[in-house]
Every structure is written in structure tokens, then in C-alpha cells.
Design a protein around this ligand. Structure first.
Ligand code: CO
Length: 289
């Protein structure tokens, strides 16, 4: 086993998006802070309704996927296709913008805790203009695996593989082959997980701290810091003094040029100009333009 070491750390910065939703952005805070195929990771976490109540009114996307994972709270998704989805605690919405979607994501509560993540995953050039689609995945569809030693893992995408004992998650078969795990590690509990060589991987602790890398050379990663792994074929994680809860994400890099303008992510400047023009003339989501 070649255990992956920590290569760089991206501290999440406070920002806001939508109509003023307060959040922390690690990946995606700059072009440098991407990790192919992952474009962005936003983390929202608050007990104050003023931080989320304005939500994300209607806005477009083209060229990638957005994955919203709710830890606590209730949001409603509506899109131009007439889809309505209720995103509740523990649930996931996996939205493929493809050639275009116009949607809103609005809180369905005016008090209490709202916590979760939105991850942006790029699409390969061949899929950027495919029809939009989405899946609502209820908490009950997400396997929860208790491991010897105390770790608890929720398998959102890809397949959990602990010493050959595999647990597939509900999302499989995408071009970027994403692994998306929500991992809880009590103090000292460990998780060793294979990651294919050449794939990019990172970890994001959102509670506590985690020791990352081979035991003899582990480095501690604190809450709200994305830790990007060097290449190798496995990752090793251990819960810090107060334990940890973290996301572990990995995927096949697309190795294609990325040109981003806000909610449009394409391969060339011409394609971005086309997206802006399509949006302005109301044709972003049309089958033919
Ligand atoms: Co959106």
C-alpha cells in the first residue's frame, strides 16, 4: 500500500452566495483552489435563520453537477422542468446541469439549525451539453456502516471498501467516478480506504480534527481546512483528540481545460460566451439553440 500524504491545505474562507446565505468556501475560493474534477465545496452551518433565510432564488447552471448534502434543515428545490424536490436532514440532491438548468433552492424553515454542503463536480466535454437531470436521495437510501474501532461511514457516492468488505452508495457510474463519504471518527479511531492511483482526493473535517497520512508521518488537519492528498493508492485517517467528522472525496480527473464564469463551467471562452448569450435570450435550457 502506498499511503497518500497531505500535499496542500486550503482553509475555508467565510463568504456568502445566493441572496446572502453565509457559508465557508474551501475548494473554489480561487482558480488555484480547485481539485479536478471538483470545482467547489461550500459548507453552510448556522443556528441563526438570518444567515440562510434568503436562500438561493432562481439562478442558472451549465456544464457541471451540483451535489447538495443536508446535515440539518429543510430546503425545497424547484427547476424550470417543473421538478420539485424536498431536501431534508440527511438527504442529498444530485443535480446534473448539463446544457442548462434554472433552479432555486429555498429554506423551508424560519428558525433552527441549517447545516450542509454544496459540492460542484465538473462534467467531461462530451457531457457538458447533455439534458439536465437530477436525483433526490433520501437519508434512508444512504448506507450507514459501523466499522470495528468505532468509525461510522455514510456512503453517498462510489463504494466503501474496508479490507475488501464493500458497500456501494446510491450514486455510481459517472464519468468522474466520485467517492463521497461522510465519516465520523471518535478519538483515535481510524479509517484506511483505497483510492485509485491518479485519482484526486481530499478530506474536509467539519467537526474536530483528523490525523491524515501514514501513521509514522501523519499531519493534523483542523476543522474547516480542506486537505488535498498527494498520489498513492490509499488514504489513512485517524480521529483527533476530540474525534472528527469529515467528508472524504475522490474522483477521476478530467484533465480538460476549465473556463468558468460564475455558474457556467465550460472548456473554452467561446463556449462561455455561448452560454451567456443562450441565457440572455432565454435559450440556456432549450434542446436546440
Ligand atoms: Co444552484
Amino acid at each position: 500500500m502506498k499511503s497518500r500524504t497531505l500535499q496542500r491545505v486550503i482553509e475555508a474562507v467565510p463568504t456568502s452566495d445566493g441572496a446572502g446565505v453565509k457559508l465557508r468556501r474551501s475548494l473554489g475560493q480561487s482558480a488555484w483552489a480547485r481539485l479536478d474534477p471538483f470545482l467547489m465545496l461550500d459548507h453552510f452551518s448556522t443556528d441563526n435563520a438570518n444567515d440562510y433565510i434568503a436562500g438561493f432564488p432562481a439562478h442558472p447552471h451549465r456544464g457541471f453537477e451540483t451535489v447538495t448534502y443536508m446535515l440539518d434543515g429543510h430546503m425545497r428545490h424547484e427547476d424550470h422542468l417543473g421538478n420539485v424536490g424536498e431536501l431534508k436532514s440527511g438527504g442529498v440532491q444530485w443535480m446534473t446541469a448539463g446544457r442548462g438548468i434554472i433552479h432555486s433552492e429555498m429554506p423551508q424553515q424560519d428558525a433552527g439549525r441549517m447545516r450542509g454542503f454544496q459540492l460542484w463536480i465538473n462534467l467531461p466535454a462530451a457531457e457538458k451539453m447533455k439534458p439536465a437531470g437530477y436525483r433526490d436521495i433520501q437519508a434512508s437510501e444512504i448506507p450507514v456502516v459501523m466499522l470495528p474501532g468505532g468509525a461510522r461511514v455514510k456512503v453517498i457516492a462510489g463504494t466503501l471498501d474496508v479490507n475488501g468488505a464493500i458497500t456501494p452508495g446510491p450514486i455510481q457510474g459517472l464519468a468522474t467516478d466520485p467517492l463521497y463519504l461522510d465519516v465520523e471518527l471518535p478519538a483515535g479511531a481510524t479509517l484506511t480506504h483505497p483510492i485509485k492511483p491518479g485519482y484526486n482526493a481530499f478530506v474536509y473535517p467539519f467537526e474536530g480534527s483528523v490525523a491524515v497520512g501514514p501513521a509514522h508521518a501523519a499531519r493534523t488537519l483542523e476543522t474547516h481546512h480542506a486537505g488535498v492528498f498527494a498520489d498513492g493508492d490509499a488514504v489513512e485517517l485517524a480521529g483527533g483528540a476530540d474525534g472528527a467528522r469529515l467528508l472524504l472525496l475522490a474522483g477521476r480527473p478530467l484533465l480538460e481545460p476549465i473556463v468558468q464564469y460564475g455558474p457556467f463551467v465550460m472548456n473554452s471562452r467561446e463556449e462561455i460566451e455561448q452560454a451567456m448569450s443562450d441565457y440572455q435570450r432565454g435559450a440556456l435550457t432549450a434542446a436546440h439553440s
